[in-house]
Design a protein around this ligand. Sequence first.
Ligand code: FAD
Length: 185
Amino acid sequence: MVFARGNKADYDQWAAAAEAPQWSYENVLPYFQRLESCSVSHASHGAARGRSGPCHVSDHTHYNHCTEVWIEAAQQCGLPYNADYNDASQPQEGVARAQVLIHNGARVTAASAYLWSRSAAERPTIICNARVTRILFDEHTPLRACGVEYLLHDAVAATTVSKVSSSLSIYQSLDLAMPRCRAWL
Ligand SMILES: Cc1cc2nc3c(=O)[nH]c(=O)nc-3n(C[C@H](O)[C@H](O)[C@H](O)COP(=O)(O)OP(=O)(O)OC[C@H]3O[C@@H](n4cnc5c(N)ncnc54)[C@H](O)[C@@H]3O)c2cc1C
């Protein structure tokens, strides 16, 4: 629920280490801007933040006296106050008030922002409670994924599609893709 973009230097190091310039901060910034509607009171007014995306980023409103004391104490220990830790044009280090993905008192999720906000006709088909067990590959083009096999209520099912996009977390995605990669190598 806390919203933090991550550190600019990490993206730039990934881009350099993997020779993948598309992961540099400069290149991922437009996606960060596109996803958010930022109403954080101390956010920079420049181009760093997005204003019209589906994910509402706002101030955390549950502050009390201890919060103020904590922020003050951190500064007395030498940490600078950071008004907007999601603006990479300034250093991210420091003590800050949390920015959160909350809108009208409810948590903003990928589902609420991108799925439930659309009409039923616009939404993709969603199969709930399915566990993907295997990525299916094209018989003639070995590295082309063409579907998935999954478990639904203890029954094995499969679906073929023109494009497979895996977002099962980095570990699960690799775990399912690796057997085919190993075989190909
Ligand atoms: C407490 C906490 C706070 C965080 N805060 C931040 C933050 O402020 N900023 C930030 O950038 N990052 C933050 N992160 C990290 C961030 O949440 C993750 O990096 C990100 O969610 C990873 O996204 P993902 O889509 O790769 O995987 P996930 O979000 O883990 O999604 C994977 C999904 O795939 C499903 N799945 C897995 N295996 C299968 C299968 N075989 N079949 C079907 N479905 C499957 C899982 O159930 C899950 O729903 C935080 C993480 C935690 C735990």
